[in-house]
Design a protein around this ligand. Structure first.
Ligand code: S3P
Length: 441
């Protein structure tokens, strides 16, 4: 089967209402937390993408059963530390950094040897960021150069930790929170602000957690060894998947879109804040609360005049997966935009900072880079004429989708490789684009 797609035409104006796929962070977290709960949890609207299916396969390999029902998944938990794998079990996190890092933290007390592997992209990513705190809890972990394969051997001698997480990574923070579940006493985490789904889920599940916040950090206290009951949860839409349609609409003429029932947790809405500062016409409608999270319908209208931004780097974490889309908007905005402290972007499924700069330059956009800071010289009248071949991006789903949005809003003849990459997070992506009228072959 052909692995690439062709896009040779801008998308025509549209006015539509859509729903995007369910939130990936919440899908992975709820499955993992259900695997540690006492009783049968029901999770509806679970994202059925490769990262989440790999999460289900992983808990199954560790001895936790689940069943797919008509509209939901049932997960049969037996409480904390009830994984029951055979010795030397191999688990495969596929492409998912979140699954790989979080599952290790649930294995610190599993007294069996487990080997964690992943695909080519995940095998290049740094695991020292979770190995370090998990060793402090007491787990024995082996890995060459802090990359996969990682071997973990849990122990009954677990102690709580006092940890400073100063990267602003929700995966590291969550690994510490999950480790705390199986630790006696109280774990203290001082974490630079990042998405807080784990803390909200702990509160909802009545796991003893206290969070105090200041401007830059959250101080988290978790009392360990407290069993919690199974739960029901309905996963809302993913703002990171919505982001592609938000930017598509902003950059298209005479178009508007409503994206229904999206998670608009403050720690995830950096993209919206950035685009509004750039004059993007975006509003939240029907705001609701759901089990500690906030959801809304997102309404977006084409924006004729987009303006450059001097992006405050304290928005980076809440827009971490969407920053490359902000760069695309900056390419079409009036003026010179600046983005700073982008080092974390090169630690994703691909070196996303390097690759997105390469694509912008390929499109004729001037991008100046100094260390991890960039300046993008916007061209409001940008209209491409050439041929663009997007390849060698480590099958990074977000680079694939970013390239599709560039092609559909800026013209030119595009070949974009590795279309199956979207299955990681958003299998319905191309289907929704086609419903909006995109011509994709
Ligand atoms: C995620 C956290 C972020 C994000 C990733 C999902 C999570 O990674 O990029 O897509 O669900 O916790 P970092 O923790 O590395 O910032």
């Amino acid at each position: 089967m052909r692995r690439h797609i062709y896009i040779n035409k801008k998308i025509s104006p549209y006015k539509r209402t859509i729903q995007v796929s369910s939130d990936k962070s919440l899908s992975i977290r709820t499955v993992l937390l259900a695997s540690q709960a006492v009783g049968v949890s029901k999770i509806s609207n679970l994202l059925e993408s490769e990262d989440v299916l790999n999460t289900l396969k992983t808990i199954k390999k560790l001895g936790i059963n689940y069943k797919k029902k008509k509209n939901y998944y049932e997960i049969y938990g037996f409480g904390l530390n009830s994984f029951n794998p055979r010795n030397n079990t191999v688990i495969d996190a596929g492409n998912s950094g979140t699954l790989g890092r979080l599952i290790l933290s649930l294995l610190i007390k599993t007294e069996k040897k487990i080997k964690l592997i992943g695909d080519k992209s995940l095998s290049k990513r740094d695991f020292s960021r979770v190995i370090k705190p998990l060793r402090l809890f007491g787990a024995k972990i082996k890995s060459k150069n802090n990359v996969l394969p990682v071997k973990i051997h849990g122990t009954e001698f677990i102690r709580p930790i006092n940890y400073l997480e100063n990267i602003g990574s929700a995966q590291i923070k969550t690994a510490c929170c999950f480790g705390a579940l199986n630790s006696p006493g109280t774990t203290f985490i001082r974490a630079k602000k990042s998405r807080n789904h784990t803390e909200l889920l702990f509160k909802y599940l009545k796991i003893p957690i206290k969070v105090k916040s200041n401007k830059e950090f959250d101080l988290i206290e978790i009392k360990g060894l407290q069993q919690y009951n199974s739960f029901n949860y309905r996963i809302p839409g993913d703002i990171s998947s919505s982001a592609f349609f938000i930017v598509l609409t902003l950059l298209s003429k005479n178009s508007s879109i409503t994206i229904q029932n999206v998670n608009i947790n403050e720690t995830r809405t950096g993209l919206i804040k950035i685009l509004k500062k750039m004059n993007g016409k975006i509003t939240f409608k029907n705001k609701r609360f759901y089990k500690g999270e906030r959801t809304a319908d997102i309404f977006v209208k084409s924006s004729k005049i987009l303006t450059a931004i001097n992006c405050p780097s304290n928005l980076n974490s809440s827009a971490i997966d969407e920053l490359i889309l902000c760069f695309l908007v900056a390419a079409k905005a009036k003026g010179i935009s600046t983005f700073k402290d982008l080092g974390e972007l090169n630690k994703k499924e691909s070196p996303r900072l390097n690759i997105s700069i390469k694509i912008l330059r390929m499109m004729g956009i001037k991008v100046l880079r100094k260390n991890n800071n960039i300046k993008i010289y916007g061209k409001p009248k940008l209209d491409l004429k050439g041929n663009y071949h997007i390849k060698n991006f480590s099958k990074d789903h977000r680079i694939f989708m970013f390239s599709c949005i560039a092609a559909l809003t800026l013209n030119g003849r595009w070949i974009i490789e590795d279309k199956d990459s979207v299955n990681t997070s958003f299998p319905k992506f191309i289907g929704i684009l086609k419903i909006l009228g995109a011509k994709i072959n």
